[in-house]
Structures are given as C-alpha cells and as structure tokens.
Design a protein around this ligand. Structure first.
Ligand SMILES: Cc1ncc(COP(=O)(O)O)c(C=O)c1O
Length: 301
C-alpha cells in the first residue's frame, strides 16, 4: 500500500507507522477523526474538517495535542511529503487524534499525551458506473446510536454501530452498496458513512440533525448550494415510506460527493423513482462538481 503517516510530526512510510497497543484509540475507540480528499492538490473543506475534529474532541473532553494552525500545517506537510516522494496525485487524508498512550482504565489522566496521526494515501474514487446507474441500499435492523448514548454527531473512532449495519447490509446481497440506518423511532438517519437526501415533487429533503446524524460537511455544502440555486430544501424527519415513494435519492459524503441511489431494499428491492439517477440529482451533481472545481482553481492560484 502506498502512503505516508505522520505521527506527532514525524512522517513515515505507511507500512512502518505503528502505535503502542496501550493507545486508548486502539483499546477503546477513544479517538476522533476526519476523512477528506484533495482535488487537484487542494484539500476540500479543509478548515471545516479540522474545525469539526476540534468539535468532536471537545465533546469527548479530549485535549487536542496541537492548535488548529499546527494541525493544518502538519496535514499539508504530510501531503507535500507524499507528492515529493511519489507522484502528484489526489490524496485520501485521514486526521486522527487519539486519547493517547496510557494504562488500562477510563480516567483521562492515564493518557497525558493525546496523539496526532495523519494518514495520506492515494484517493481512489468510487467507480464511475456507480454515478451513472446509481447504487442500491437496504434498510437494516441495527438502530442508529441514540444521540444520548454515542451521539452520531461526534465523529469518533468508535464506528461499531456503522460496522454492524454494514455487515448486515452486505448479507443482503453483493449488489447492495450500503445500509440505511433508522433511529429508535423508525425515522431514517443516514448511511454508514454518508448522509442521505431525497427529492419529492421537486423539493429536496434530508434528515434533520434531531434525527440523530453526523452533521456532514457535504450535506451542509449541498444545502447551501441548493438554496443558492433557489431549490427548496427541508431538514426534517423522514420515514421509510417517504423514502420509498420519493422521486429521487442520493448519498453525500466528502469521499463520494453526490452518489445517486436508485434502489432500496425493504422486504423486496424497490425502485426509487424511475430506477435511474433523476434530473434534480443530476443537476445537483453538476452544480456540486462545478463548485468544487471552482474552489480548487481559486485555492491553487
Ligand atoms: C456516519 C457518517 N455520516 C455522514 C458522513 C458524511 O460526512 P462528510 O460529508 O462530512 O464527509 C460520514 C462521513 O464519513 C459518516 O461517517
């Protein structure tokens, strides 16, 4: 595997990077992280990702090892190192802050030194065919974490809720792309690594933050984009029935961008709308690509 890892400012080839087994990120999932990509060398929504990293850390009472500017700089240094040592290609970037090394136990005093880890490796986009035909989702029995247990709006290293949902989805068939999780009240929340949107009668809907979701940065970007283009957007409770009777549907995340969803499984596999990426999804995809390209062009100039 190609890539480099920065641990507390020291950059190593990916296969040489190790952390102690008593690191609490490893022992307990006691860590926070962000994933994003570069586009023509520019990290997308870079500051927003690092701001969310700080937000998640604060929710876990995890002391950040460095100020924001230093984390931004270390991330850039790691990407620049990759480009210098290998080739200039777009990168997947993962910035992690772990509670750090310490004896077994939950007392944060056991871990006086939180650890910054930055992983950079080639960004491998999802196959183009997924964007052309759309992907299939399935509802799963695994309920999304309740915001009063592990708040989905904390992007922590504990992804077991999502992993269990994903495992259940994959048992439904190899053509299923991902699970769609509902909250304890039966309303739709999100995919295992994406937010979800539906379109019905020309209006865009996405589960509200109160539904129990990660406040995705792509979700926020799409909401702004839609509003700026005079599209009607509503953040609300979304039932399964509403999704199944929608005209269009798509997933959104930093690594996927906008990914159309054309089928969803409940008891049987059901078509969403025409079973093809719809016109509004395609319009948003094109607005999104245009906005991203513009951002990249302005930050590289
Ligand atoms: C559970 C979950 N929801 C939504 C998202 C999308 O968030 P973003 O757009 O900030 O990448 C992610 C991304 O990893 C996620 O893990």
């Amino acid at each position: 595997m190609k890539g480099f890892v920065n641990i507390q400012g020291k950059i190593l080839p990916i296969h040489q990077a190790v952390i102690p087994v008593l690191d609490h990120g490893f022992l307990y999932g006691d860590s926070v992280y962000e994933t994003f990509r570069t586009c023509h060398g520019t990290p997308l929504q870079f500051e927003e990702h690092i701001d969310r990293l700080f937000y998640s850390a604060q929710r876990l009472e995890l002391k950040m090892p460095f100020p924001k500017e230093k984390i931004l700089q270390e991330t850039l240094n790691t990407a620049l190192h990759y480009w210098k040592k290998t080739k200039k290609e777009d990168l997947y970037i993962r910035v992690i802050v772990s509670r750090g090394y310490g004896d077994i136990g939950f007392d944060p005093k056991l871990c006086p030194h939180p650890l910054l880890i930055i992983i950079v490796k080639p960004f491998i986009p999802f196959p183009q065919i997924y964007y052309k035909t759309g992907v299939k989702l399935t509802f799963v029995s695994i309920v999304r974490n309740h915001p009063k247990s592990i708040d989905p709006n904390i992007k922590s290293g504990n992804y077991l809720n999502n992993i269990l949902a994903y495992l259940e989805a994959k048992k439904q068939g190899s053509s299923i792309f991902d699970a769609l999780m509902c909250n304890a009240d039966g309303y739709i929340t999100e995919g295992t690594t994406s937010n979800i949107f539906i379109i019905k009668k020309g209006k865009l809907y996405t589960p509200s933050l109160e539904s129990g979701i990660l406040r995705g940065l792509t979700r926020e970007f799409i909401i702004r984009l839609a509003k700026n283009n005079h599209l009607n957007v509503q953040e609300t409770k979304i039932s399964k029935a509403m999704l199944l009777s929608s005209d269009e549907c798509f997933l959104a995340s930093s690594l996927k961008g906008i990914l159309p969803v054309t089928y969803c499984k409940t008891q049987t596999l059901r078509k969403i709308g025409s079973g093809k990426p719809g016109p509004m999804t395609q319009k948003l995809m094109s607005l999104f690509d245009h906005a991203i390209t513009k951002t990249c062009a302005s930050s590289s100039s």
